[in-house]
Design a protein around this ligand. Sequence first.
Ligand code: PRP
Length: 215
Amino acid sequence: MSQPLTFALAKGRLLEETLPLLAELGIEPSESLTGSRKLMFETNRPDVRLLVLRATDVPPYVERGGAHLGIAGKDTLLEYGSDMLCEPVDLQLSKCRLMTATKKGEELPATGRIRVATKYVNVARQYFASQGRQIDPIKLYGAMELAPIVGLADVIVDVVDTGNTLKANGLEAKDLIAHSSARLVVSRVAMKTRHQHIAPMIERLNEWVKTQNAT
Ligand code: PRP
């Protein structure tokens, strides 16, 4: 038998939303995905196994063949920026916006490099370049809302959902860079080599998304 189809999931917020979608594909993890330190899980289907990874690690795992397919946010995929990955289904989950935000009432410096605190350094660089501005990126892994407040940065680039985090920290959203939602992501290689396995999944998930959004 060939290697089981390996499906990479992102831990955190998205993982819970992913479970009904797996059920739709007839995949049930053999144990709770959140209850242990395990990273790889067998399922009720001997031909399918699951990996539970950091969200930012899903694209490289899928791109390099560590997994055949996965679920990742568009924000993460934009930052990763690979042309070896396809996004055949927009799952319409975990919707949010990638935005710039500054300290409330403040504007960006009129000239010079802009200090940008973000975990989306590539997205930020591309966005500000499109505005004709160069940036001095400050790569952070969390709590970037604090950076403008303590004078570390002029602006942040981060995902915004309700806007509560910005508000609670004295920031205001400025420019919309991109809309984000969770995507089914498949490597171009797996799309060919595992087509018979993956194509019905894509079809089923597209139907599932239609049904979810019709109600
Ligand atoms: C994201 C983001 C903000 C928050 C925005 O963090 O970094 O902190 O959500 O959501 P809101 O607009 O509804 O307040 P998340 O909770 O995903 O954790 P992370 O910092 O680990 O990415």
